[in-house]
Ligand binder design. Structure first.
Ligand SMILES: *[C@@H]1O[C@H](CO)[C@@H](O)[C@H](O)[C@H]1NC(C)=O
Ligand SMILES: *[C@@H]1O[C@H](CO)[C@@H](O)[C@H](O)[C@H]1NC(C)=O
Ligand SMILES: *[C@@H]1O[C@H](CO)[C@@H](O)[C@H](O)[C@H]1NC(C)=O
Ligand SMILES: *[C@@H]1O[C@H](CO)[C@@H](O)[C@H](O)[C@H]1NC(C)=O
Length: 409
């Protein structure tokens, strides 16, 4: 009895003596019931979607830099990536959801340009982003594929590489798209892609992505559907198989069901920690329905995308009400708005990078300031429980001049 009691005391004393207080950035985010925890306290996931961290489509790089003109694909500069981490920190965010840290297939600059072929050079931008997120104390949620056929690739690549001549423009409603989930050759090819990604060693950290707790969650994919838009027809067996695969490679990762919308039949999949939906425009009624379903299974709920700006239907009051609703529901682990861009560093610090979908937020753009203040209030409330005034000045974030090349390649 005496011995048992003294062991924790002894360990605590030893660790104190050696100053071995764990760096919180090395600890994994965990789930108990519907709530996420970090270092023993509830942790909430708030931030932006920054889809371009691994590969971008919005900047034409200087001549001589890698560029794939048919898709305008290029790697983001280290300066742009680092600036975004500083912006998320200044906004009070705790994490970023980023498609291209996981979705990178089908063009010459992708991680997997063609079936089974790995392009090592494509890891560099991803490595840097994961490393910088860690430096800034941020976490990452990373989708593993995409429902569509955009520049960064998605499910159609795995279909085309394995005998199904399908593309989104022609075949979005073709029942054959379900082969992505049901054909064992296609499923195995996707699982191999996931294995290659998760076992890559990041030279900035000497850890695999599977080991690095900076990536707290992998998501099956972005907005996954069947042949009908938003039909939620993603087979239970496939979600379970991908979940087992991810947890076998990376036992400490949380696993997100990336089906577009909450499919009731997925609630009982043990491997799924987090379910989510996207909101264009925001809808408190839909949010409540989604939360009720997910709470009934004692799992976590995440609002993975929502329209934040004036061009969408929402007024400032609508956005504030949406945030209050999320803040008061502990089973909603958090949210990520769509989507954040920074300046065109180091080439032109006077120019914001823009994306054509009309939903681009640019920190420092006076036209976005009022909404950014609302978002920041929400992030601070969620991450620190604190309140800041609606008119609190936004911390300034410098645009980075050229960073010295880091020792990788
Ligand atoms: C939900 O999970 C938590 C943590 O495992 C547990 O304590 C709680 O009893 C569960 N609630 C329900 C309703 O199952
Ligand atoms: C590439 O960018 C140029 C210049 O912004 C634009 O005119 C062109 O349409 C883009 N191409 C694609 C495929 O998006
Ligand atoms: C990674 O490992 C290499 C080889 O052992 C070592 O030279 C390097 O300093 C390590 N880097 C980090 C960030 O730990
Ligand atoms: C949910 O998933 C099941 C199982 O794959 C599927 O049959 C169903 O069509 C999906 N959609 C809805 C709305 O339940």
């Amino acid at each position: 009895m005496r011995l048992l009691l003294s062991i924790p005391w002894l360990l605590a004393t030893l660790s104190h003596m050696h100053g071995a207080v764990a760096d919180i950035r090395d600890l994994p985010v965990t789930r108990r019931g519907s709530v996420l925890y970090l270092n023993g306290s509830p942790w909430r996931a708030v931030g932006p979607n920054v889809y371009w961290l691994g590969l971008d489509e919005n900047v034409i790089p200087p001549a001589g830099e890698p560029f794939y003109a048919p898709l305008n694909a290029s790697y983001p500069t280290r300066e742009r990536t680092t600036e975004i981490m500083a912006v998320v920190k200044a906004m009070g965010g705790t994490m970023i959801r980023s498609h291209t840290l996981g979705v990178s297939t089908g063009n010459p600059l992708s991680l997997m340009p063609t079936s089974g072929k790995v392009n090592e050079a494509a890891f560099e931008a991803i490595d840097w982003a994961v490393y910088q997120a860690k430096q800034y104390g941020l976490r990452l949620m990373v989708p593993l594929t995409d429902n569509f056929d955009y520049y960064h690739g998605g499910k159609y690549d795995f279909l085309r590489w394995n005998g199904f001549d399908l593309n989104r423009a022609r075949d979005e409603k073709n029942p054959a798209v379900q082969n992505f989930y049901t054909n064992s050759k296609v499923v195995d090819a996707f699982k191999e892609y996931v294995r290659i990604l998760l076992t890559h060693v990041n030279p900035f950290t000497n850890m695999t992505y599977a080991e690095d707790p900076t990536i707290f969650a992998y998501e099956t994919g972005n907005e996954l559907c069947g042949p009908v838009w938003k039909d939620q027809d993603v087979p239970v067996e496939w979600v379970r198989e991908i979940g087992r695969h991810v947890k076998q490679l990376a036992p400490q990762k949380l696993f997100v069901d990336g089906t577009y919308g909450v499919n009731k039949s997925h609630l009982s999949i043990d491997e799924v920690d987090i379910l989510s939906n996207h909101y264009y425009p925001i809808s408190i009624n839909l949010l409540r329905q989604d939360l009720a379903l997910v709470s009934s299974a004692n799992k976590s709920y995440f609002a993975g995308e929502y329209a934040w700006n004036r061009a969408s239907l929402t007024t400032d009051d609508d956005l504030a009400m949406w945030f209050r609703e999320i803040e008061k529901s502990p089973a909603i682990i958090g949210d990520t708005f769509w989507s954040l861009f920074g300046r065109n560093a180091p080439a032109n610090c006077n120019q914001f990078v823009d994306h054509s979908d009309g939903l681009t937020m640019q920190y420092g753009n006076p036209a976005h300031q009022a909404r950014i203040q609302l978002v920041r209030q929400h992030f601070v409330k969620m991450s620190q429980g604190g309140t800041i005034g609606a008119d609190a000045a936004l911390p300034s974030v410098p645009c980075l001049a050229a960073l010295a090349p880091a020792p990788e390649s």
